[in-house]
Structure formats: structure tokens, C-alpha cells
Design a protein around this ligand. Sequence first.
Ligand code: HEM
Length: 530
Amino acid sequence: MGAEIQYIGAFSLSSAILIAGLTVVICAAYRTIWARKSGIPPLPPGPPPEPLLGHYRIVPEDAAFKRYAEWAKEYESDVLFFQTFGTKWVVLNTLAAATELLEKRGSTYADRPRFVMFEEMGWSPTLTWLRWGPKYHLHRKVLQPPFTKSRVGQYTAHQRKEAFICCKNLIDNPNDWLSSVRRFSVAIVLQIAYGLGVEGPKSRWIQLADDTANAIGKSGAPASSIMDRFPATRYLPEWLPFMERLRYAHTWRPAIQNLTSLPFEASLKLMDSTNNHSFVHERMSILNHNAHGGLPNDFDLEDIKGAAATIVIAGNDTTAATVMLFVLYLMQNPDAQRKAQEEVDRVVGSDRLPTWDDIPNLPYTNLILQETYRMNPLSPLGIPHASVADDVYNGMFIPKGTVIYPNVWAMSHDESVYAEPFRFWPERYLPKEQGGNGEPLPVGNFGFGRRICIGRNLAENSLLIVLATMLATIDIDWPRGADGKPTPFEPEWSYRGQASVLPFRSSIKSRSLKSKALLDGEVQALEGHC
Ligand code: HEM
């Protein structure tokens, strides 16, 4: 009987979807005829939609960014148009299009779509997903200032210490190098957000942050699930075969809830510590102060919880995934590794470890970072924006409410800009007279316009100090086989949501007894200070 009711429920819901789909198609046809008559420019081109389903089955879930780049060539247009169940989306495949729309006309494209799948996952107010409006402005006003270029220096001592701990752990536990990398990225944002330390590689905070990173990293391109395209489907039973992303959302819901509440509760216990300068501490002090004075609080408890979790979620996995790419690209490109090590040796010498003053004097090291960004943008389709008004670009009509994906991967693999785009070649950015190709540094890894990443200065500092320390202290090579010889391999990648390399084996060794002794000494001294 239960099964029968479920079946009838599913049947009537399927009929409802069918009717709604038909209505959308009729409305779209009517709108096209009306638009032609009223002289509105045509929509951007794209592959032909299927009846009823539009482009739902045409766009692949995995590595859609690659298919979009192919279509851009096929339809000879940097802007492509798609729609499904009334949701319209546009993909921008060149930097010129992204700059014109998301930067120059930024106020028209500052909104986000509704992330229905993430709602099902149980997110609290999170800047990244908030729609353009008062709540968004409030969160951006509170979250952006601590991470501006002029204020991000407050975190550098902490970042340098964590970079040293990371490299020491890499040498001490080379077979479990990934844990050291994860610890590094979590330790930075956890301290900044909550004032909490990471006790060791098995810390529960690392597990929690990993769970959340998994939940989000493999959830598909943001706003691309059937629920995002057609919100009513969120009420369908999750056992239906095509509702696997609803099942996924519910499976990971506890992880999101834990990350939002557990470190926050632990942080509240540290409120009286004078050593605590965390985001939660600062905001809770203002909240409590206002409450005692009978003053209103525009940023309430839920906002603080959501904003603190945002720092960890947005800043943890992105940093760890980039450090994994350093390990991969340095392993695959021994010449680049040797050249960068020589640069660090020249500037830093062998009697100390890199400092912040060294960073501006390490141009080749910085090019390794830039080439890492270009080779594999972590969010190949960015985080989608949405338009708040009708617009026309190069004679193509972009209706109000369209979801906009910047195809950062297509931009950074554009053969007309980057010669041999799949080759790791940091010199490509150098002028021709210095043996380079004068190519532009990649743009777009941190997004565009009004929604550009607030953590980019923090992230860049974390990445540069850990990269410089890795170059100063460790050698990275292919893992050794049974015969002791290096065994090159093709790593595996995940392109569901975030584009990241899957865990892989590597051989990591201390560069010298002296560099190991330096690291051990520094870590001991720094830990003694805390
Ligand atoms: C390698 C590291 C990082 C990468 C590649 C990265 C990338 C991005 C991208 C692509 C966006 C979307 C921008 C847009 O919509 O145009 C974004 C937004 C955001 N990022 Fe990052 N990010 C990184 C690190 C961080 C860190 C460390 C933090 C925390 C302090 C952070 C906080 C945020 C927030 C809060 C947003 C949402 C901004 C908004 O919607 O207004 N990110 N990031």
C-alpha cells in the first residue's frame, strides 16, 4: 500500500512536471515570436534544445566546461545560451565577454541564482550563495574588510608558522603528505574564523572541514542540478533515479550543519581569552556589547555563524587543492622545480627559511603560482552570477534573471592567448627577450566584478609562503617502484563541481640535513610562542 501511494505520488508529480514543462515551452515559443515582432535582438547561439527538456540532457554533468568551450568554437560565439524548464543560462567563454559583462556592467550581473540544492543541504546565511540585496550587502560589509590587501598582513605570522609546520610534516610523514596539506589549509582559516587551533593531523576539525569540502566539491557545478533548474522537483521522492543530487544533498546535510555549529560552539567557550582575535570573537563582542546597551544588532547570531563558516568553507579546500597542484606540477616538471629552487637559494640562502620580505624577490616562484592557476582553475565555471535587468551584448539579448557562468577554464586554455595551453610552462609570461612568450597572467580564478572572492589576498599569501618554503626545504619526485626507480603516471581528476586532482602518490624528501634542522628549529620556537 505504502509503495502504491508513493507510486501515485510520483506519478502525479511527474504529470505536474510534464504540464509545467509544456507550459514553459509554450511560453518560450510565444516569447520568441513576440521578441521577433518587437525587434528585440536574438538570444546568443547554442546547441538546439530538446522538446520539453530544453538543454537538460544536452549539457554533460561532468566537465561541462570542456563541452562549452567546444560549442563556443562550433557556434563561433564567445557567449552561448541554454535553457531548461524556464531557467536560462549563458556561458561566457572569453575574458573579453566576462570583463565587459561581469566587470564593466557589474551592477547588472551582481546577483546569484537561487541555489536550491544548497538550500536542501541546509546552509545558513553564507555570503557566497546570498542573493543581491540588503542581507548580501550586510555580509559583504562585515566579511570583506579583514581580508583587504592593507589588513591581511595581520595573518602573515600565523600563515608562515603553518607553512613551516606543513613542510616539517611533509618531511616527517612523506607517505601521508596529503594530511599535512589539509592540516595547513584548515589551520589557517580555523584560527582566523574561530580562534581554534588544529591539534594534529587527526584533528576533528580537519575531518569536519574535509567532509564539507567533499559535500560541496563533488555536488556538481553550482546551480546546475535539476532542483536548481526546476525548484519544484526538490519535493519529489529522493529514491527516483534522476534525483540522485537530492539524495546527495541530504546525505551531506549533517556535515554542513556540523561545520556551522560545532566550531562556533567551541569558539564561544574561548570568548574570555585575551589571545583570541578571531572573527567570531570580534563579532560576538559587538553583539554582546550592543545587547547590553539595548542597541539594535543588524548582524545577528545566525549571521555570525554563517559568516564564520563561510571563511572555513570558502578558504579551506581551495587552498588545499592548490597546494596539491603544486606537488603535482613540481613532480611532473623537474626543470621548473629546479629553477625555482635555485631562485629561492639565491634569494634566501641556506642559513634561514623564507620570510615575507623574500616573497617580492621570487618572481619565478610567483610564475609557478600563476601557471598553477591557469592550468587548472578550481572553479572552471566560476560561481554563477545572475542578471538583474535585460541587457544586450554584441547584438545578443540576455534576458533579466539569466544565470551567468564565466568559463574560466576556456579563458585560460584559449590557444589564441596561450601557446600550447596544456603545457606547464611558467616562462610563458616572461617577455620574449627573456625567453618567454609575453603571455598575460591568468585572470578569473577568483571570479569577477562585484562578487569577486573576498579571500584572494589571504589565499595568495598562504600559497606563496608555503610554496617558497616547500622549494627551500623539500624535493618532490615521482614515487619509486619496487626497483627503486621513479614511476611516472597520469593522475586522476574530479570534475564534478570543483576541478581537482584526486589524491596521488609522490616521493617527498628533505632537500638537506641543514634545511630539515632549520625547519625543526623554527617550528619548535614558533610553537613555544603560542
Ligand atoms: C585558492 C583559493 C581561492 C580560490 C581559487 C577562490 C575562488 C573563488 C571564486 C571563483 C569565487 C566566486 C567569485 C564570483 O562569483 O565572481 C569566490 C568567492 C568567494 N570567496 Fe574565494 N577563493 C579562494 C579562497 C578564499 C578564501 C581564503 C576565502 C576566505 C577568506 C574566500 C572567500 C570567498 C567568499 C566569501 C566568496 C563569495 C563572494 C561573494 O559572493 O560576494 N575565498 N572565491
